[in-house]
Unconditional design. Structure first.
Lengths: 261, 262
């Protein structure tokens, strides 16, 4: 119940920055047009590359621009700042689990961003390029994949945020995390065009669960048992990362010293 | 003004150097993260022999030039983008009462040598591409001028984007489309984009003059839009226009600034 409330209040808090969300959606859309031009050039020269058609590729582009917000591909979590300033002491004092508290908070944020920043890029892509809009059952399958993607994204960002307990200036770690997240998720180029071993490895890393898998589900590339395997892959990484986060939370508890009072 | 900027930048550098490990990680991180766009272009070339009708060397030339310009502008004035945050936190008011131009303080605020790490891959690509292109000595001079002019143009865009935040505190989210979006767009040959988009970035937000129009001349390529030859040399005009607009917008914003309240 507590966590449901945290989630709801996080949704409401994020919803109070409507203009900022609109600005972000606008930027995401503009970048969609730039990326689309490049992907169109590639697929016009190599039709069916990686099993995608031109329309698939353009759909991938605008869909993933819409996902930037919910899976927070550029990284970051308010928790990192709270660890840096020491406010995390208050969080730890609450009669609630630190990790679950922030997971609930992040789900609320993701839900609002999904609604506020997903609409504009998709509509623009549909109007300008006629991107694919699937039937309701596939939308449902896609939403499940997005939910799992947010869980994996949270798992990764939580680890980075907790690193601040040990590293005083975490901007270096955050920068590296962002690099991996952008490149290995399929955000810069779809993972299906990565050559050879690079492509195989990239598909197995947790970041592919953020963008590539939800997009493949949306495009109908993963159906039947393949869809179950996709969910399984996402869920497995989510569990591994959340358990790691749990272990690190315990270590942070033991490490924390609160000065003053 | 320039001296004040360098003094402030040096102070921030010394602050950043207090954590040398992190500073090094950040410089490398910046170098790696910009290289990602480059890796993407390399992957594109593994699938096709040309990009928008341009060879790998030509595309590398455009990429290197645009990214050096953008990085220089970002190092010099990119942090003006945080104006909205400073206004909200009240720290902009503190800048106004100091005896240095608020714009200079804002531009040097939180300066970090990290951003210079981004020069590594872009300079490497530009240097790689030049011997693979048939360039005369005068073309090389033009290339240097193009890069500097591009930096000034981007610099004007940063300040223009920052000035929007006087009116719209959250404007930063939307103006990123023109600053970072401009950096992203100019790293690819503009022949990839639809003609309407290219016209828009030629005649409204003049991103085409960062590297595309001058490079068409340097590389001896025809303009896909068919604009007359003299347009290739309008880069400085575009930069001056953007900078004048930026100065005008900044002054107007500053004149009407009334702090955030109590």
């Amino acid at each position: 119940m507590t966590y449901a409330l945290v989630c709801w209040f996080s949704f409401r808090r994020n919803a109070s920055y409507r203009l900022a969300a609109l600005g972000e959606a606008f930027t995401n859309t503009v970048f969609g047009f730039i990326r689309a031009a490049i992907l169109i050039a590639l697929w016009e020269y190599r039709p069916h590359l990686g099993g995608y058609t031109v329309t698939d590729a353009v759909t991938f582009c605008f869909l993933t621009q819409a996902l930037i917000g919910p899976v927070q591909i550029f990284g970051g979590m308010d928790l990192a700042e709270r660890v840096r300033t020491g406010d995390v002491a208050i969080d730890l004092h609450r009669p609630a689990d630190l990790q679950l508290w922030w997971l609930a908070d992040d789900l609320g944020r993701a839900a609002y961003t999904f609604l506020a920043r997903g609409f504009l890029p998709m509509v623009a892509g549909w109007v300008a390029f006629g991107i694919l809009l699937p039937e309701p059952s596939r939308w449902a399958a896609f939403l499940v994949a997005v939910l799992l993607a947010v869980a994996v994204s949270f798992g990764l960002r939580y680890l980075v945020a907790l690193a601040v307990f040990w590293i005083h200036d975490s901007r270096g770690v955050e920068g590296m995390a962002m690099v991996c997240s952008l490149f290995f998720s399929g955000m810069i180029l779809p993972l299906v065009v990565f050559p050879g071993a690079l492509g195989t490895v990239a598909q197995l890393l947790p970041w592919s669960a953020l963008i590539q898998i939800p997009a493949d589900v949306y495009l109908g590339k993963r159906e039947g048992w393949d869809l179950v395997a996709a969910y399984g892959f996402q869920a497995a990484w989510a569990v591994v990362l959340l358990l790691l986060g749990r272990a690190l939370t315990g270590a942070a508890h033991r490490k924390l010293v609160i000065q003053g009072g | 003004m320039v001296r004040a900027w360098f003094l402030l930048a040096w102070t921030w550098t010394r602050a950043a150097a207090q954590y040398p490990g992190t500073l090094l990680a950040m410089i490398l991180g910046a170098a790696v993260s910009t290289s990602l766009d480059l890796v993407a272009i390399v992957i594109l070339f593994t699938h096709m022999p040309s990009l928008g009708g341009l060879s790998a060397a030509e595309a590398g030339f455009l990429y290197g030039a645009s990214q050096i310009s953008f990085t220089l502008s970002d190092v010099a004035v990119g942090s003006t983008d945080k104006l909205g945050r400073h206004i909200r936190a009240g720290s902009f008011d503190a800048m106004l009462i100091r005896p240095v131009s608020a714009l200079v303080q804002l531009a040097a605020e939180d300066f970090t040598p990290r951003k210079l790490g981004r020069l590594l891959p872009s300079a490497a690509v530009l240097i790689w591409s030049v011997p693979r292109l048939d360039l005369s000595p005068s073309d090389l001079v033009l290339t240097v001028l193009m890069v500097l002019n591009g930096a000034v143009l981007f610099g004007g865009l940063w300040v223009l984007a920052a000035s929007v935040q006087f009116a719209l505190l959250a404007g930063h989210e939307a103006t990123k489309a023109f600053t970072w979006g401009g950096a992203s767009m100019t790293q690819y040959p503009m022949s990839l984009y639809g003609q309407d988009l290219v016209r828009a970035v030629t005649f409204t937000v003049p991103l085409a003059f960062v590297n595309w129009q001058p490079s068409l001349y340097i590389l001896g390529r025809p303009d896909p839009l068919g604009l007359p030859e003299f347009v290739r040399f309008l880069g400085p005009v575009a930069a001056v226009v953007v900078c004048l607009a930026a100065v005008g917008a900044w002054r107007t914003g500053l004149r009407h600034y009334r702090s955030t309240g109590s």
